[in-house]
Design a protein around this ligand. Structure first.
Ligand SMILES: [Zn+2]
Length: 163
C-alpha cells in the first residue's frame, strides 16, 4: 500500500511539475537566496527560452559598487550574449521583485516576450512609477509572491538588527 502511494506521488509530481512559471520562479528565488547570502538585497532573475534557462543573475549592487547591477540588467546582458543578438524574442524573464524603472527601460529595449515577477514593489516598481514595457511584452505578477517578499523582509529585519 505504501509503495503504491509513493508511486502515485511520483506520477503526481510528474504531472504537476512540468516547466511552468512556478518552477522557473523557484530558480529565480535560488538566485535571490545567493544574493541574500552575500549581504545583497535578495533579488534574483533568470531568463528562459523554450524551457531552457539561458541566464541566471542576482543583485550585485554592493559587491560591484554599481547601482545598475540589478539582477534583471545582468540577466538581460547574459541572455543577449548567449543568443548572440540583442533582442530577447521568445524569452521570459522571471524576477523575484517587480522591475524598477531602469530595468523596465532595459526590458523595453530588449523587446522581451514575457516578464513574470513574484513580489510587487509598491514604492519603486515600474507599475507605480508608470514606466511602460514594450507593447510586445506580456507582464504577469504574483508568482510565489509570499516566498519572495518573506526573503526580502528577512533581509531588512536582519540588516536593521545589525545596525
Ligand atoms: Zn531594477
Amino acid at each position: 500500500m505504501g509503495d503504491w502511494n509513493v508511486r502515485l506521488n511520483c506520477i503526481f509530481d510528474l504531472m504537476v511539475l512540468p516547466f511552468d512559471d512556478t518552477y522557473f520562479m523557484k530558480k529565480a528565488l535560488l538566485e535571490a537566496q545567493e544574493a541574500f547570502d552575500k549581504g545583497e538585497v535578495p533579488i534574483g532573475a533568470i531568463i528562459v527560452v523554450q524551457d531552457r534557462i539561458i541566464a541566471r543573475a542576482h543583485n550585485l549592487t554592493e559587491q560591484l559598487n554599481d547601482v545598475t547591477a540589478h539582477a534583471e540588467m545582468q540577466a538581460i546582458t547574459a541572455a543577449a550574449n548567449f543568443l548572440g543578438g540583442k533582442y530577447l524574442q521568445n524569452c521570459t524573464l522571471y524576477v523575484t521583485l517587480e522591475p524598477c524603472q531602469m530595468c523596465a527601460g532595459a526590458l523595453y529595449w530588449s523587446q522581451i516576450s514575457r516578464v513574470v515577477y513574484a513580489a510587487k514593489d509598491s514604492e519603486r516598481g515600474c507599475g507605480v512609477m508608470g514606466t511602460k514595457l514594450h507593447p510586445k511584452t506580456v507582464l504577469l505578477g504574483g508568482v510565489l509572491e509570499t516566498e519572495a517578499s518573506m526573503l526580502l523582509k528577512k533581509f531588512f529585519i536582519q540588516k536593521r538588527n545589525l545596525n
